[in-house]
Design a protein around this ligand. Sequence first.
Ligand code: C5P
Length: 229
Amino acid sequence: APAQDLSGRRVVVSAGGTREPLDPVRFLGNRSSGKQGIAIASAARQRGADVTLIAANLEVAEPDGCDIRRVSTALELRDAVVDAAHGADVVIMAAAVADYRPASVSAGKIKKDRSDAGLTLELVRNPDILAELGHAPHGSTVLVGFAAETEADEGRLLELGRAKLDAKGADLLVVNRVGWHEGFATDENAVVIIGTGGEIVARAHGSKLSVAHAILDVVVADATTAAKA
Ligand code: C5P
């Protein structure tokens, strides 16, 4: 059994991908399955944490032993995360949150035009939940963000990661490459974890559960250092 190094800790994990409705039958979504976030929730449970899982449209089974709050849109996810984050020791934002949502949701199904004209959708920005948490006073809560990048060059990938960590005010960033064959909906993952100094703290690859444990190893070390400071 893994070390009970998160015993008595409150860990909040968001997982899955948000869906932004256009009308009663359509939405704008993304290809996140929720597997990596669920693996983190399971790994935290195995290590003795009290886990709240904010679940956005999961395509896989929910893990046992977690307090699960189901949400669909970015705005719902934000309310659930902000609520659960109060007094949490760790918040891990593994969910793929839509950056934009339709400016209005049609009450009825959007009809196609009689002409061959295209259709233009107007989108508005969603709040950046991680940045909101990172820029508000958050005591000793360790904030972990994810950066899913399609950038192939590792140097460039790290640069993007560093800038993101800074912009969000997070403590750790898990950077991975995603695309048609990597990251989403697969059982394996490869990540680089970077700290606030822009340094690589750890690299991990393998099953999403082993990557989850590697992320938690870094979180536990970070929380221990913070407690001693
Ligand atoms: O900026 P980008 O979307 O690449 O950042 C990804 C990280 O920020 C993830 O941890 C994701 O959960 C979080 N995020 C968020 N709110 C958004 C968009 C992303 O918390 N609106």
